[in-house]
Design a protein around this ligand. Sequence first.
Ligand code: ME8
Length: 518
Amino acid sequence: MKKYYLTTPLYYVNARPHIGHSYTTVAADALARLKRMLGYEVLFLTGTDEHGQKIERASKEAGKTPLAFADELSAEFKKLWEVLGISYDDFIRTTEKRHTDAVKHVWIAMEKAGQIHRQKYEGWYCTPCEAFWPAREIGHDDAKPKVCPQCNRGLEEIQEDNYFFALAKHQDWLIQYIEAHPGFILPESRRNETLGFLKNNTLNDLCISRPKSRLSWGIEVPISADHVTYVWFDALINYISALGYPATGGRMQRFWPADVHLIGKDILRPHTVYWPIMLHALGLEPPKMVFAHGWWMVDQAKMSKSLGNVVNPVDVVKEYGIDAYRYFLLREVPFGSDGTYSDAAITLRYNVDLANDLGNLTHRTLSMMEKYYGGVIAPDGAADADHALRKAAEALPQTLEAACDRMMFHEALAEIWTVITLANRYIDDSAPWALKKQGKDAELMRVMSSLCEALRVIAQAVWPFMPASAAKIWHQLGLEEPDLVSPSFAKVRWNYFRQPTLVRKGDPVFPRRETILK
Ligand code: ME8
């Protein structure tokens, strides 16, 4: 059986999850579901990043210990994933023993291999980004306050004795690796960003420790009782600690290298510079792909916890439903571009794509089935159908997988909607009501059975994106749920209905929303 290992970032537990976090996670979920349905053994990993100054500060403000605070917030993420139907296989917290043990192992292995040295660090640090910034990246005007080139907030100047990981000596290897593997960093714009950065700068060695005198909330450095591990060096290791690293068999052997790390473009550098070099230094292969998607924006600014401009996914879900939310996130903007969240945009998607296109197709088909055949779908009624609708439906598993392999979820959904549009047009063009009137029974049977076949394929195709709605349509077609997600989707057959099947037309799957909000 083919395997597929995909990951989301480990989200910081300094505040509750917002749309941005749910975006990466919903995308990963759709991909995981599609791959499972196509017969892959999937490992879908998510989790929470719980160490570092940011969390320590947030916990202090909340009057809690960092761990108690992390427990609470990590549970909030899990709760949201449950609400959104996220089918992760493993959830890792960086405070778990399996992770801290792996991080300690990495320290020792790297020290032995001569990849780590100790030296004084003087420079600028951004706590919200948990990142050091070399002087050349933050401007030279001493009259101006130093701000983070990424988030624009004030930097702190620090001076301390620390451990460093030798990035620079792997720089040429990384450039060559990226050049030889065009699919490693996607989209192309992000690949160019990383390559441009690597070609135009000499990498500074990465400071991977913090003195305990400044920060105690971290994984203790096994080679110094006075230091804890830098949160990024700690967190990136999750992608292998969750596989049982340093054990080399079992999940590690089966699933590494990861097929894709899904991330936002804010964390491109740790994932496309630090992480591949860390793996290389450990003698491990880089992941096959790192895909950095765009940002959800509000009024031209990135939606972010620390800017306080977040939209709570739970509120959106209450208003529009889980599946409409999942659909909107993945359909509205190409993965890779930025998007703007608004109620008007989601209402429009809901009414046009869901209520009108998919909802009406379902409702019209099932209503006519009831009217003309007492709801019974006859086996083989669509056997001789040789039309564009059949061809498009049968091609869906391949077209969906091809689009999702490139993380083009909006394209995958557009492909499904092409079939939905064809099916709706097929109703209009073949006018079953006229066939009925004219007594063209064989023709009517062929049209109606073809529509049931198309609807059945469509239900399966939308399942990774909208699992509950897909199940509703499936059920309304008189089918039983376990078959909905059967890996046989990979080989879609027309004439699926092998015995007379009684449709169960219920309430509309997507009742039209009357109001277009602002
Ligand atoms: O960076 N639009 O965690 P984090 C789209 N712990 N996606 C967004 C977003 C937005 N406005 N805001 C957040 C960290 N995201 C580290 C990661 S990984 C080993 C460690 C999503 O809580 C997007 O995936 O700040 C982004 O990369 C991630 O949340 C950052 O989450």
